[in-house]
Design a protein around this ligand. Structure first.
Ligand SMILES: [Zn+2]
Ligand SMILES: [Zn+2]
Length: 254
């Protein structure tokens, strides 16, 4: 069946500070959820899914990484949907209760954020056997046109997702379309490529390499973990400029 007859549907939803992405082939068709947002948004995410996909559960949930702002509503969603969760194998220790992320202080939390950020945001969660390693061949379960790309640095097992056909990139926190210092504020609206948010980013050299890797993909559309989607000339110019200048390592640590 051709693309016109069966359009690919990509949508995103903001959960206070971070985005979740919903990808399906059409209304009522199989679909996949990318990331699970901030805590407290399970009902809202499920509501959006019901609107887009006629109430069907996703085939799977794929995580770009396991930081609290990307898995916050996962427990609530898994109570609704008994589906597998996929992440990079290097992220699994943080998702199975075996490791915590480096402790880090979140700055700039607004009133809303201070209510929904957990007391220990660096603590890993324990999904037990419900979380599985992404296939080593780069394929993405449930999304045959997509492949996952290792983009470590912001976290050890961070991945981005890419569809070659229309050069759509889902970059998680490897690059942002909002200033990193504004990633956790509610009002951030901007269309410019930036590096990962400083909280938790534990390897700036690898994070810089990951930015270069993503720039080489020459994406035509970009969805990030924080900030608005970007596309076309604005994305191309901004990403090229950003990649050429390199990542300011640990921006506030000079
Ligand atoms: Zn993160
Ligand atoms: Zn994030």
């Amino acid at each position: 069946m051709n693309r016109e007859a069966m359009p690919i549907h990509i949508d995103y939803m903001r959960t206070a500070a971070s985005n979740v992405i919903l990808i399906g082939e059409s209304a009522g068709a199989d679909w996949i959820l990318i990331d699970a947002g901030m805590p407290g948004f399970a009902a809202a995410i499920a509501g959006k899914a019901a609107e887009l996909f006629a109430g069907r559960a996703p085939l799977a949930i794929v995580l770009t990484h396991g930081h609290f702002d990307h898995v916050g509503s996962l427990p609530g969603l898994l109570r609704r949907w008994d589906v597998p969760v996929y992440a990079h194998k290097h992220e699994l220790p943080f998702l199975t209760g075996k490791a915590d992320y480096p402790a880090s202080v979140l700055v700039g939390g607004s009133g809303l954020l201070s209510r929904i950020v957990p007391r220990h945001p660096h603590k890993g969660i324990d999904l037990g056997e419900q979380v599985l390693a992404l296939p080593p061949d780069g394929s993405v379960p449930g999304l045959p046109e997509w492949r996952w790309i290792a983009t470590p640095g912001h976290s050890k097992g961070h991945v981005s997702l890419f569809r070659e056909d229309d050069r759509t990139l889902i970059a998680g926190d490897a690059i942002l379309s909002v200033k990193p210092e504004a990633a956790f504020t509610v009002l951030a609206r901007e269309e410019e490529v930036h590096g990962p948010p400083e909280p938790f980013t534990d390897d700036w050299n690898r994070a810089g390499e990951s930015v270069q890797k993503l720039a080489r993909l020459k994406p035509e559309a970009l969805f990030c973990g924080h900030g608005l989607p970007m596309a076309g000339v604005a994305l191309r110019d901004s990403l090229e400029r950003f990649a050429a200048n390199g990542l300011p390592c640990g921006s506030s640590s000079d």
